[in-house]
Design a protein around this ligand. Structure first.
Ligand SMILES: Cc1cc2nc3c(=O)[nH]c(=O)nc-3n(C[C@H](O)[C@H](O)[C@H](O)COP(=O)(O)O)c2cc1C
Ligand code: SF4
Length: 368
């Protein structure tokens, strides 16, 4: 039996295997952020596809924190009814599949910054102190709604140049007050968001955190600073840390890192040792995401310190990849070519694998 098929327990939540679907903006909510039938259908397929745990695409904790026109929202109790349906469908058809909702605030630059497009010129220093406090509370109440909707965990987007990551990164945090300057000050927002969430969901509800291993920009944080952040979060009781990286030009960055990683595939795998050491003595689990495509690479990571394998794009083109790799004779690696066409697609249209869209060849023959 593959090590990928061994269960793992986080608090009282048993996770049937080590596949974690990494958060993926679906752009399938309606324009106001409510759950649609399209979303329910996607999660039906993902749940039936065999992943141990699914993390939803980033859901906005405040209206101003929205980064994508049709992302899910969780800034009001009115969203709970739809979210309940999402949790129900995963629990009904997922054979024990678990569901976490990723909660998010886009930060100061809005959609596109993280992927190398527009920077609207609004900086962290422009945020008023009272608005910082409001946003911290918004993360807490969003987490409470996630729990009320019947999800198994809440996951925080602390990476990729969005608000939490902007506070942490010295190159994007230009504040001179208690929220900027030293690492201790830059971490304050992250730790206060964690405390606000814990206060709302209680000690028994699993809280996950996606964070950078390096910002990959001049003047940004590296592994030393992020290991300190991980250590603090783990000591406070965060249940799972998912490793990622980068704050801008993600498409170019990931292509470069993937090339450098070669057969190792996992381009943030280098950070496992340092992060594992940072969280030693705590109950925090470690997930690694980014570029992982084949069974040998996954098993290697699990044997060398990771507890979960995070995959995003492979599940866009094959939602049943975990079942295929674990329970069928077909052990070929994911067919995802990492072309990123899906990533460009979600800016304006619902998520899909553009590369292997069966209708693509027909479209190619039609002038548009
Ligand atoms: C279409 C698309 C949407 C994404 N949306 C999110 C998101 O909502 N939250 C997040 O933390 N990361 C998001 N990511 C990043 C992925 O979770 C993941 O970290 C990255 O794609 C690398 O993993 P992979 O090689 O398995 O795709 C997204 C990536 C893609 C391609
Ligand atoms: S569009 Fe490209 S990157 Fe996205 S899932 Fe399909 S093959 Fe993978």
């Amino acid at each position: 039996m593959s090590i990928l098929n061994t269960p793992y327990k986080i608090k009282n939540m048993e996770i049937k295997n080590r596949f974690l679907r990494s958060a993926t903006v679906e752009s399938k909510a309606d324009i106001d952020g409510f759950v649609t039938d399209d979303l329910l259908e996607l999660y039906y397929h993902l749940a039936a596809g065999g992943s141990g745990i699914l993390v939803t695409g980033a859901a906005a904790v405040e209206p101003a924190g929205k980064g994508f026109a049709q992302q899910m929202c969780v800034f009001d109790d009115k969203f709970i009814t739809g979210l309940k349906k999402l949790a129900d469908i995963v629990h009904k058809y997922g054979s024990g599949c678990r569901l976490a909702m990723q909660i998010f605030h886009q930060g100061t630059s809005g959609y596109g910054f993280s992927y190398g497009a527009l920077d609207r010129g609004y900086r962290l220093n422009d945020i008023r102190e009272e608005d910082i406090t409001t946003t911290i509370k918004a993360f807490g109440t969003a987490a409470r709604r996630v729990k009320e909707a019947g999800f198994d965990a809440v996951a925080v987007h602390g990476a990729h140049g969005y608000l939490l990551s902007e506070f942490l990164c010295p190159a994007t945090n230009n504040r001179a007050d208690q929220w900027g300057g030293s690492l201790e000050n830059r971490m304050r927002f992250t730790l206060e968001v964690y405390s606000a969430i814990r206060e709302q969901v209680g000690d028994d509800f699993p809280v996950f955190w996606k964070m950078n291993t390096s910002d990959y920009i001049d003047g940004g944080n590296g592994i030393e600073q992020y290991a300190t952040v991980a250590k603090s979060l783990a000591k406070m009781g965060v249940d799972l840390i998912e490793l990622s990286g980068g704050v801008e030009k993600q498409i170019q960055l990931r292509a470069r890192l993937s090339k450098e990683a070669g057969e190792r595939e996992a381009y943030f795998g280098w950070a496992v040792d340092a992060m594992k050491e940072a969280i030693t003595g705590t109950n925090t689990a470690l997930a690694v995401t980014g570029g992982i495509r084949s069974l040998p690479a996954m098993e290697h990571l699990l044997k060398n310190g990771a507890d979960f394998i995070g995959i995003c794009r492979p599940l866009i083109c094959e939602p049943d990849l975990p079942n295929r790799l674990l329970h069928s004779p077909d052990k070929r690696q994911s067919r995802c070519t990492s072309c990123n066409k899906c990533l460009m697609h979600i800016a304006r249209q619902p998520l899909k694998c553009v590369e292997f869209d069966p209708f693509r060849s027909v479209l190619a023959g039609v002038s548009r």
